[in-house]
Write a protein that binds this ligand. Sequence first.
Ligand code: SAM
Length: 298
Amino acid sequence: MKDIASPARTKAILEKYGFRFKKSLGQNFLIDPNILRNIVEAAGVTKDSGVIEIGPGIGALTEQSARQAGRVLAFEIDQRLLPILEETMAPYEHVEVVHEDVLQADLHERIRRHFEPGQDLAVIANLPYYVTTPILMKLLEEELPIRTMVMMMQTEVAERISAAPGSKAYGSLSIAAQYYAEAETVFTVPKTAFVPQPNVGSSILRLTRRAHPPVSTKQEALFFELVRASFVQRRKTLHNNLAAYWKDTFTKEAIGGNIREAGVEPSRRAESVTMVEFAALADVFAAALEHADSSHDV
Ligand code: SAM
C-alpha cells in the first residue's frame, strides 16, 4: 500500500472520514513522503529507539517513524483523528496513540510506562504552530530523558531558537532553549509539502540535549528572570530594561553598578549579551537581591 503521506492516499483517507481541518489546532498535514523520511533520518533512530510524536494527524510521520524505531508513542488532541489513526496505524503494532493534550500530559509517567528504562528516546514531530514554544519549553524544562528532538516549526521560531548573540533573532527563547540543548536548523520545507498550505515558512529544527548547561548559575530561576527582563524592550539598553524591572528594589545607579560588577557595559543591548555574561549578571544580582532583602529585615 502507498505511504499515508502520498497525496492520493491522504486525499482518500480525508474523504473517507469527511475530515475537515481545524486551523485552531494547527492542522497542516504533510503530503511528501521524502520529506518525512528525511525528518526521521535526522533523528538517527534505530530499532532500539523509542519515538515520541506530538500531533500524529492521520499518521503520515508516525508511519515513517514506526518503520525505523522500536516503539512509537503519539499524543493527539483531536478526538476526530482517533478512528482514522486506528485504521492507518493498524499495521504497526508497536505504535500507541494517546488521546491527550501534550501540554497536560505527565510525560515522565508516560515515558516510564511506554519505554524501557534507559531506552534511546527521540521526539519527532510536525508541531502545531500555535503552541510550538510551550510544547518545546515543556519538553526541555521537564528534563526528560530525551536524546534529540527533530521538529517542524515556523522558520522564524526555528531561527529564534538557534540564534547566536548579535543577531536580530537572538532573544530570551534562544537562551532558554540553548541552556538545555544544542540547536540547529536541519532543512527548510516548502509550503507545497502540506495540506492545507500554511501561511508561514517551515523549517526542521534539531535540538540535542546537553549533558550539562553551558553555564553554571547559582540561581537558575533568577537567571531566566533576568534574561527575560533584559529583552522586554529590545531597543533599550540593558541598564534601562533592568532599571525598569527592579525599580522598586534598586536605584538606577545601583543597577548600573551591578551590571558593571558583572563585567558588562550597561549601555549594551541584551541582544549582544552572551549566555556566559547573563550568568555573571545573574550571580551579581542574586547577591545584591539577597543583600537588599536582609537590609529590609533590619
Ligand atoms: N503529524 C501530522 C503530519 O505531519 O501530517 C500532523 C501535524 S499537524 C501540523 C499538528 C497536529 O497536532 C494535528 O494533528 C493537531 O490535531 C495536533 N495537536 C494540536 N495541538 C495539540 C496538543 N496540544 N496536543 C497534542 N496534539 C495536538
